[in-house]
Design a binder for this molecule. Structure first.
Ligand code: CMP
Length: 207
């Protein structure tokens, strides 16, 4: 701008320090409007400088935002991985299989007293208790399920409505497996499918 408009606007762009101040204030858009370009080339340089200014701020914000996002994702992955590795159902699996299983699960924390399942409802998912406890209320008994146990499998296996009410006894971290993903899980890990079926059969038998 000094080269292009230094002679036309000597009081604003007549020397390098003035031109540097113009460039800096245009990039940051603080007071850039004081100097209005008077030549065509000066207008183009000003327009490009404003665009560069936007880039100077937008780029670091995007980079920092992406960094935060990646960090949160990594933390969530590590936390959920630890929860899944903790559940007995998946204890025989290697790290690769747990990571595969993780893709099928979503995590949810419910406060104490939350009605998680209601008898008679349609079943669309099964649940693993990563931490906390729930109470299962069937027509004939009340059973407490603790960390590591699962529930909600019967409706998926039998295609029948929910057989019991399930309520969180305290704040509980759940890992949720949707019906379609439950089918995929049984195909991919038949041994897990077999343990779930065996447990469902045991629960159906009168104690
Ligand atoms: P589902 O019928 O889908 O929904 C209610 C759940 O409660 C059921 O699956 C089982 O996971 C669980 N449940 C039912 N009966 C018992 C029992 N006797 N012991 C433990 N859990 C049970």
């Amino acid at each position: 701008m000094h080269a292009v408009e230094g002679k036309v606007q000597p009081e604003r762009l007549g020397d390098m320090p003035k031109a540097i101040w113009w460039a800096a204030s245009m990039l940051a858009k603080i007071g850039g409007g004081e100097v209005v370009p008077v030549t065509a080339l000066g207008s183009i340089i000003s327009a490009v400088t404003v665009m560069l200014g936007i880039g100077c701020f937008a780029l670091p914000v995007a980079i920092i935002g992406r960094g935060f996002y990646e960090e949160i994702r990594r933390r969530d992955f590590v936390l959920t991985f630890a929860l899944v590795a903790h559940v007995p159902l998946s204890s025989g699996l290697d790290a690769g299989s747990i990571a595969e299983l993780l893709k099928l699960l979503s995590a949810r924390t419910v406060p104490a007293g939350t009605a998680i399942l209601r008898r008679g409802d349609r079943g669309d998912a099964m649940y693993l208790i990563a931490s906390g406890a729930v109470e299962v209320e069937t027509a004939r008994e009340r059973v407490r399920l603790e960390e590591g146990a699962f529930f909600g499998e019967m409706a998926l296996l039998s295609q029948q409505p929910r057989s019991a009410n399930v309520t969180a006894v305290r704040s509980t971290d759940l890992l949720i497996l949707g019906a379609d993903d439950f089918r995929r899980l049984r195909e991919r890990f038949p041994e897990i499918g077999a343990s779930v079926e065996a447990e469902a059969m045991r629960r159906l038998r009168p104690q």
